[in-house]
Design a protein around this ligand. Structure first.
Ligand code: HSE
Length: 347
């Protein structure tokens, strides 16, 4: 079965998704009977294109990777210059919209409007955008439910590491008492490079940006707002908490110096940016801040841009999920994971 997909925002994650589709095309056809037809791309920098016949995925990857625009993929792109993204979404001839624009944690826009337009015009939605989820999860999931459409967001919290897909099947029937862990790849990478190679903060951040880990505005990573958005999303989706990010004050890693890291290491400790949500009776609390962990703590060993979460569960005690927390291919794969789940449910 061919699934018609429109991609909104074709930067790091969108291109990673296209690459996953291209690399796995034969395998996905053989294993699941899955084929993707990309019928639209909308991107304010790279240009717009609606291609009902499906665009050439390999050529698109090549052109965009070289900094080219959609005009260079297909000359018909010129026709869509200046067309508002919501109109491309509406007329995309797609079964599913992948909303992959950069996150804005203050307003959730323009992603929220994109998602609403897609759902209102009968399209399933996959997103990796944290803004709409942290701010409007209940309304958006309710809209999708009413319209009998899928709304999936595996890549929003732990990139390709399957936290929601794992919880959907694997935590059915248990109650979560606490979730605690490392949810920001950029800061984990920076702290690691500062400790292992003595890099200064700016140098380590610049490398994290080059590797595609950091947000378009990396202050959200460094100041803990990215991790806060993710723990709020986890709390609201998995604990039905109804938390608002604005009500919680996160602390970031800005105050952690190389000297502090070196001295902690001498004492057998390591700094990590820890996010948590905890249920005590009817009360749910959440927070984000740097913590000095003993090297024997499993979270102290999470390296690079990897993430980890320990779930404390009533029937199971604790389980820990660890995996990539950021990256072009890794987050592109999260989109593929959701697309395949929708394809499976439609079959
Ligand atoms: N900037 C985010 C991080 C990307 O570093 O974890 C993945 O959400």
């Amino acid at each position: 079965m061919k699934l018609r997909i429109g991609i909104v925002g074709c930067g790091t994650v969108g291109q990673g998704f296209l690459e996953c589709l291209d690399r796995k095309a034969d395998d996905l056809r053989a294993r699941y009977g899955f084929e993707a037809k990309i019928t639209a791309i909308a991107d304010p920098v790279r240009g717009n294109l609606i291609a009902p016949q499906g665009l050439d995925i390999r050529k698109t990857i090549k052109v965009l990777a070289q900094g080219g625009k959609m005009h260079a993929v297909d000359t018909r792109a010129a026709k869509y210059d200046g067309v508002p993204t919501v109109d491309i979404i509406e007329t995309a001839g797609a079964d599913l919209i992948a909303e992959l624009t950069p996150t804005d944690l203050k307003t959730g826009e323009p992603a929220t409007s994109h998602i609403v337009r897609a759902l209102m015009t009968g399209k399933h939605v996959v997103t990796t955008n944290k803004g709409p989820l942290a701010l409007h999860y209940r309304e958006l999931s309710e809209l999708a439910r009413k319209r009998k459409l899928a709304f999936r967001f595996e890549g929003a919290v732990m990139s390709g590491t399957p936290v929601f897909n794992m919880a959907e099947a694997g935590l059915a029937g248990v109650s979560i008492k606490e979730i605690r862990g490392i949810l920001n790849g950029t800061t984990n990478y920076i702290l690691g490079r500062m400790e292992e190679e003595g890099l200064d903060f700016a140098e380590a951040l610049s490398q994290a940006r080059k590797l595609g880990y950091a947000e378009t505005d990396p202050s959200a990573d460094v100041e803990g707002r990215d991790a806060l958005a993710k723990i709020v999303i986890l709390a609201n989706v998995l604990l039905d908490a109804g938390l608002k990010p604005a009500a919680i004050n996160p602390a970031g890693i800005g105050s952690i110096t190389r000297a502090m890291i070196a001295s902690a290491r001498e004492d057998g400790f390591r700094y990590k940016l820890i996010a948590y949500v905890r249920r005590e009776g009817a009360r749910i609390t959440a927070g984000v801040g740097p913590r000095k962990l003993s090297l024997s703590d499993p979270l102290a060993r999470i390296a690079g841009a990897r993430n980890a979460l320990t779930f404390d569960l009533d029937l199971l005690g604790s389980i820990t999920l660890e995996g990539p927390g950021a990256g072009r291919i890794e987050t592109g794969y999260a989109v593929l994971q959701d697309v395949l789940a929708i394809h499976r449910d439609l079959k």
